[in-house]
Design a protein around this ligand. Structure first.
Ligand SMILES: [Mg+2]
Length: 369
């Protein structure tokens, strides 16, 4: 087991602050210090994509319907997104990262993991690198980024969120146990809203509470994810920074011009969406294990229904339609529907299969760090 005790990795997570909104404020000085919302117009059926920190003070957040955001702050400035502009900045920051390492894993246009354990400039301190990156980003783009530095992806990601905006947080191996013990469960990267609710019901408020559950119990409660929760509550996350990161899912969805009330109409629309989705899957040689139907009701409540196969499968339209027809029957129709979508996930990908090493390894290595 001694080879497991590899040297401690140095991982940085960089996250631009209120990215789209900050770019707009930078490019239009009239928007500085104002609540700015990048996304759909308030009188449309669109949602908030990103909002400035001034807008967040009103309780506005990403994915909120624009109409609701308008109610909360009628003086907010609504701007349609200009992705070409954001992509340009994204390329700029990516160039900066690559000055230090090629082990860069972008999560979106404004976020990336970097593994700087061995870096091009032979700088021993990841904190020094993170500071340099933040100041280079500011000098080149006039935008601020927050950084998290730690010894794995989970902790680096959580860390970057701690002192947002314009912050830098370092979590050393020594500090990690106390940090995780106190970390509120809703701030855990990888624990979504649904799991958070379930954990809350179980009395799990923070990392310490989570750690009190045995791996057996967690697996009973959360399936395979239980192993992941067991490990992150102990600061263990062996996932590598994946340069060739494949997409996690492929999907298509559409908002209807008017809310609808019929399963057969939904199915017709799904069929059209599949005509767009299937060629995309074929081009990318996608094999997947899960198909998900997404429904958003007129009150914006979202429900999803999924089917998973035992092994990875090439997905064709006939298969998608059989599954969609089955899943739509499971959806209640007491309210009308404003959006429907279909996606495939659990994509075959060597990187995500590396998700967590074997259990035994961990159980015999209680004191690795
Ligand atoms: Mg961001």
């Amino acid at each position: 087991m001694q080879e497991v005790e590899a040297s401690i990795r140095k991982i940085i997570h960089i996250d631009m602050d209120a990215f789209y909104a900050s770019v707009e404020q930078r490019d239009n000085p009239g928007l500085k210090n104002k609540p700015v919302i990048v996304g759909g117009k308030p009188n449309s059926r669109g949602v908030v994509s990103t909002c400035s920190y001034e807008a967040r003070k009103y309780g506005i957040h990403s994915a909120m319907p624009s109409a609701q955001a308008y109610k909360l702050c009628p003086t907010a400035v609504f701007i349609p997104p200009e992705f070409e502009k954001y992509k340009y900045v994204s390329r700029q920051i990516n160039e900066i990262f690559r000055g230090f390492t090629d082990l860069v894993e972008p999560l979106s246009l404004d976020e990336a993991f970097l593994d700087v354990t061995d870096n091009k400039l032979n700088i021993p301190s990841a904190t020094v690198i993170a500071k340099s990156i933040r100041s280079m980003i500011f000098n080149e783009t006039a935008l601020t980024a927050s950084a998290g530095v730690s010894f794995n992806k989970f902790l680096a990601k959580v860390a970057s969120d701690i002192n947002k905006p314009d912050g830098l947080t370092v979590i050393t191996p020594k500090e990690s146990e106390e940090f995780i013990n106190k970390l509120p469960i809703q701030r855990f990267f990888g624990i979504g809203k649904v799991t958070f609710k379930k954990m809350k019901q179980l009395g799990i408020r923070n990392g310490y509470d989570l750690k009190m559950f045995s791996i057996k119990k967690l697996t009973e409660l959360f399936g395979k994810n239980g192993i992941f929760y067991y490990n992150i509550s102990r600061g263990r996350d062996e996932r590598p920074v994946c340069v060739e990161r494949r997409r996690k899912s492929y999907g298509r969805e559409v908002t209807f011009p008017h809310d609808i009330n019929s399963r057969s109409v939904v199915l017709k629309v799904i069929s059209k969406l599949c005509d767009e989705l299937v060629p995309l899957l074929q081009r990318n040689k996608v094999s997947a294990r899960t198909v998900t139907l997404k429904i958003k009701y007129s009150d914006f409540k979202i429900v999803t229904r999924s089917t998973s196969f035992i092994s990875y499968r090439k997905i064709n339209k006939a298969l998608l339609m059989v599954i969609a027809a089955k899943l739509i029957k499971e959806v209640k129709l007491e309210k009308s529907i404003r959006l429907a979508g279909i996606s495939v996930s659990n994509i075959e990908d060597n990187c995500s299969e590396y998700f967590q090493p074997e259990l035994e390894l961990y159980d015999s290595q209680k004191q690795v760090l």
